[in-house]
Design a protein around this ligand. Structure first.
Ligand SMILES: Nc1ncnc2c1ncn2[C@@H]1O[C@H](COP(=O)(O)OP(=O)(O)OP(=O)(O)O)[C@@H](O)[C@H]1O
Length: 246
C-alpha cells in the first residue's frame, strides 16, 4: 500500500493552547482508518489542517506521488487534488431527486451548464447507476432528497463525494443519529469505498468502529496515543485511562 498523505511534526495552538501537538500521521491508498479520542483531543482540528481550513504553526503535510505540500494550498485547491470531506450534518439539495443530486456532483469538465446534459449521456447515466448501487440508493434514485431518512441523506452525500473521485475521504461522525440498521449499512458503504480510496472516519461509537474492522488511531491532547487494531488500542492502559475508562 503506497502512502497517500503524510503529516509530520504538526502543531497548532489557539490562544496559547496546543490543540495539535507534534502530530505525525500517515495514511495509505487505499486504506480505511478510524480516528478515536476523547472530546477536545484534536480530531476536528486534525481534519481542518488536512483540508486547509486551519494552518498549523509548524510541521509538514505532504500528499500524493509528488509529495505536494497541502500547507501551501487553499481549501479549494486541496479539494481539487482529491480531498473530500463529509461533515456530520448532511447537506444535500433537498428539492432535487437523488439522481439529480448525484448528477450535479459528478465531475464535469465541461462546465456547469452541461450538468443536466451530462446526466443524459450514457457514461453519466452509468456512473450514476454505479454510485447509487455503492450507496444502496438504487431504488431511491427518482425520490426527492428532502424525503429521505437521515441515514439515506448521509449515504447520498457520501455518494456525491464519491462522484468527484476523491483520493482521500474524511468522514466526521457518520453514525450519529442513525438507526442500528442504518449504521450497519454505513459501515458496509465505507468499507466498500475504502477498497479504492483512502477513507478516514472520526467516530465515537465503538460498535461502529468494530464493524469497520480497520486500523485505529487514538488521538489525545493533539498527539497519537496509540495505533493499531481496535483490540490492540483498547487494551492499552493509557487509552483505557483517557478514553474508555470514563
Ligand atoms: N478555533 C479555535 N479556537 C480556540 N480553540 C479551539 C479552536 N478550535 C479548536 N479549539 C480547541 O482545540 C481543542 C481540540 O478541539 P477539536 O475540536 O479538534 O477536538 P475534537 O477531538 O474534535 O473534539 P470533539 O470530540 O469534542 O469533537 C479543544 O480544546 C478546542 O476547544
Amino acid at each position: 500500500m503506497k502512502t497517500l498523505l503524510e503529516m509530520s511534526g504538526v502543531s497548532v495552538s489557539f490562544d496559547g493552547f496546543k490543540a495539535i501537538n507534534n502530530l505525525s500521521f500517515r495514511i495509505g491508498e487505499p486504506e480505511l482508518r478510524a480516528i478515536i479520542g476523547p472530546n477536545g483531543a484534536g480530531k476536528t482540528t486534525f481534519m481542518d489542517i488536512i483540508t486547509g481550513k486551519t494552518r498549523p504553526d509548524s510541521g509538514t503535510v505532504v500528499y500524493g506521488e509528488k509529495s505536494i505540500s497541502l500547507l501551501k494550498m487553499s481549501e479549494s485547491e486541496i479539494a481539487t487534488v482529491g480531498v473530500g470531506r463529509k461533515f456530520q450534518k448532511p447537506t444535500v439539495f433537498e428539492a432535487q431527486t437523488v439522481r439529480e443530486n448525484l448528477a450535479m456532483a459528478l465531475k464535469n469538465k465541461r462546465g456547469p451548464f452541461d450538468v443536466l446534459l451530462y446526466r443524459k449521456t450514457q457514461a453519466g447515466a452509468r456512473r450514476i447507476g454505479e454510485l447509487a448501487e455503492t450507496i444502496g440508493l438504487t431504488d431511491a434514485l427518482p425520490r426527492i432528497a428532502g424525503e429521505l431518512s437521515h441515514g439515506q441523506k448521509q449515504w447520498l452525500e457520501i455518494g456525491m463525494l464519491l462522484a468527484q473521485d476523491p483520493r482521500l475521504l474524511l468522514v466526521d461522525e457518520p453514525a450519529a443519529g442513525m438507526t442500528p440498521a442504518e449504521r450497519e449499512h454505513t459501515t458496509d458503504l465505507l468499507k466498500r469505498a475504502a477498497q479504492k480510496h483512502a477513507v478516514v472516519v472520526v467516530e465515537h461509537d465503538m460498535e461502529f468502529i468494530r464493524r469497520l474492522d480497520c486500523r485505529v488511531t487514538v488521538l489525545c491532547e493533539g498527539s497519537v496515543l496509540a495505533e493499531g487494531s481496535l483490540d490492540h488500542v483498547t487494551s492499552n492502559p493509557e487509552v483505557i485511562e483517557v478514553y474508555l475508562g470514563r
